[in-house]
Ligand binder design. Structure first.
Ligand code: FAD
Ligand code: DLZ
Length: 506
């Protein structure tokens, strides 16, 4: 008799290229999916993320059955506590001789799974996740022997390997990177098109009701839930981006905008990260948009660099350095997370906008995450683990493999430069330059001390002053440290004293 296997599919592995599914045998194997409390509660997840995953799982489950597979689906109300409990129960019910699954995206789960074979008393095959464009072995090979890793060089290799934006092996247009053209600040230059709405279908409406009941204290305003939950709808959303927003994506990639949470961004990270979209497909589609004359090279290259470069790079860094990476804290930052991270009640306009949309929608674009919220956390010396946990909880696209290097590494410089060549610390002037929040704010980005002064300004100098010994080892910080050193002692004392007062009030 043929051996019968159970194939466990996690909520962020919802595609047929999932290696465990690719080998599944209809009529023989049982596919197992489970909505479980442990995964929903390991941080206070945004309800948008829970609805997205549960509804996408239920829609994918329909597809699985339509293709003739047996399915064991555990609903939240079945009250299976954990993925291990669900897998174990499915193995017992079906009498399967083996469990197979694609390796998970978080170290926490991956190390737990090491004990599953003993616990279940049968073989457990954890297959390499082949849904990325760079395998972990390839990344490790690229990283090996290098004193310092930089995304830009990795990205060039990836462009060559996947034949993207190349002209006979050279970068099209003669340059690898058009970032310098993608930093225009927002001054209401053009209308921002409204996003096409996806009305939740019956299945999603049921999930919304269940999640509202089961997670009453989690962030997320579900009356605003408009995410795609199927491959088809995610592809339509991405196509809308390519046709309507992509031409302006590059130019305003770093813009901070009062009127729109999304600006011209693609809004696809949540789909890429759970399997509703595939990274190579979106890169190729964007390259074709450029080749068809639909967008500038700066827009196409800017987009492809994010997906082919940054997304793959952060994953490589995560698995290269875990579990030690999660313990790093360059600046020994331990200040507790202020309550307003969970309420958005702050009179700093840029921070209030970024926090409230993060809590309500589970979305903020890169510059809001990095230069508004992350920058504030860096300057204020907020506890690295607490900040990382907040990011993991709040965003619909957050899984530790991508969240941790971005938050601890890029935003907080807690990894001492593994991700970023210098801390992304900035004063209120940067925020003013990039957008129009300051006009609505009670603070003045031109002032450094006093009740009207933008808090980012004195906090910025406080950060430079308190970490000057660490920062002076970084050549890129030399100019700014020199400027600070040259200032009069009483002026420095006034700025540091004012920032101290602000920090005490936090
Ligand atoms: P776009 O701006 O349209 O970019 C296109 C795509 O590029 C994104 O969908 C994403 O897949 C990819 N991308 C862009 N930048 C990055 C990056 N730095 N790392 C990885 N992929 C990238 N992204 C996540 O997917 N999950 C997270 O948990 C996450 N946490 C972050 C935390 C911090 C502190 C920072 C600074 C960034 C974080 N990012 C994270 C990266 C980035 O902010 C989001 O991918 C992006 O904002 C998602 O919106 P979008 O789809 O509209 O992206
Ligand atoms: C994030 C999440 C949530 C909220 N719920 C589930 C779940 O009920 N079942 C499941 O299989 N996966 C869930 N996930 C995604 C997992 O946490 C994810 O697979 C790991 O974080 C690894 O990336």
């Amino acid at each position: 008799m043929t051996d019968h296997h159970c194939i466990l599919v996690l909520a962020d592995q919802l595609d047929w290229s999932n290696p465990a599914l690719a080998e599944a045998r209809p009529g023989i194997d049982t596919i197992v999916m489970a909505e479980v409390a442990e995964e929903a509660n390991y941080v206070r997840h945004n309800r948008h993320k829970i609805v997205l995953l549960f509804s996408a799982m239920r829609h994918f489950a329909e597809d699985i059955q339509a293709r003739g597979f047996s399915l064991r689906y555990f609903y939240l109300h079945d009250k299976l506590p954990s993925l291990a409990a669900a897998a174990h129960q499915a193995l017992r019910e079906t009498g399967a001789t083996r469990l197979r699954l694609c390796s998970p995206g978080e170290y926490r789960l991956s190390s737990e799974m090491d004990a599953w074979a003993d616990r279940f008393g049968l073989p457990v095959d954890v297959l390499e996740d082949t849904r990325f464009l760079c395998s972990l072995a390839e990344f490790n090979r690229w990283a090996s022997g290098k004193k310092q890793l930089r995304m830009e060089y990795f990205y060039r290799e990836m462009r060559k390997r996947h034949q993207l934006l190349l002209d006979q092996g050279d970068p099209v247009g003669g340059r690898w990177n058009y970032d310098a053209e993608n930093r225009v600040g927002w001054r209401n230059q053009q209308p921002i098109p409204p996003r096409p709405d996806i009305a939740p279908d019956k299945m999603t409406r049921e999930v919304i009701e269940e999640v509202t009941r089961a997670f009453p204290d989690n962030p997320g305003d579900l009356s605003q839930f408009r995410l795609a939950v199927t491959h088809e709808d995610a592809a339509d959303q991405f196509e809308w981006f390519c046709q309507v927003a992509l031409p302006s994506f590059g130019t305003f990639q770093d813009a901070l905008v009062e009127e729109s949470p999304w600006v011209f961004h693609s809004l696809i990270s949540m789909y890429l990260n759970c399997g509703l979209l595939a990274p190579l497909v979106v890169c190729q589609r964007v390259e074709n948009a450029w080749r068809d004359g639909h967008c500038s090279l700066a827009a196409a290259e800017g987009f492809i660099r994010q997906v082919l470069g940054w997304r793959e790079y952060v994953r490589g860094i995560y698995w290269l350095h875990m579990p030690e990476y999660a313990q790093r804290n360059t600046f020994s930052a331990t200040r507790p997370l202020p309550e307003f991270f969970w309420t958005a009640k702050t009179d700093l306009r840029c921070l209030q906008v970024a926090l409230s949309q993060s809590l309500d929608l589970g979305y903020a674009h890169h510059i809001q995450r990095l230069m508004v919220i992350g920058n504030f956390a860096l300057l204020a010396g907020l506890d690295v683990k607490a900040v990382c946990e907040w990011y993991l909880a709040v965003y619909v696209d957050a899984y530790e493999w991508v969240e941790l290097p971005n938050t601890a590494g890029m935003a907080l410089y807690a990894d001492h430069g593994t991700m970023a060549s210098k801390p992304y610390a900035a004063s209120g002037k940067y925020i003013q330059k990039q957008g129009n929040h300051c006009k609505q704010c009670r603070y003045n980005p031109g002032k450094v001390t006093g009740e009207e002064a933008c808090p980012y300004n004195s906090l910025y100098w406080h950060f430079i002053d308190r970490h000057k010994d660490v920062l002076k080892t970084n050549a890129r910080m030399g100019l700014i440290l020199g400027n600070w050193r040259k200032r009069a002692a009483d002026e420095k004392a006034a700025i540091v004293g004012w920032a101290d007062e602000l920090l005490t009030k936090l």
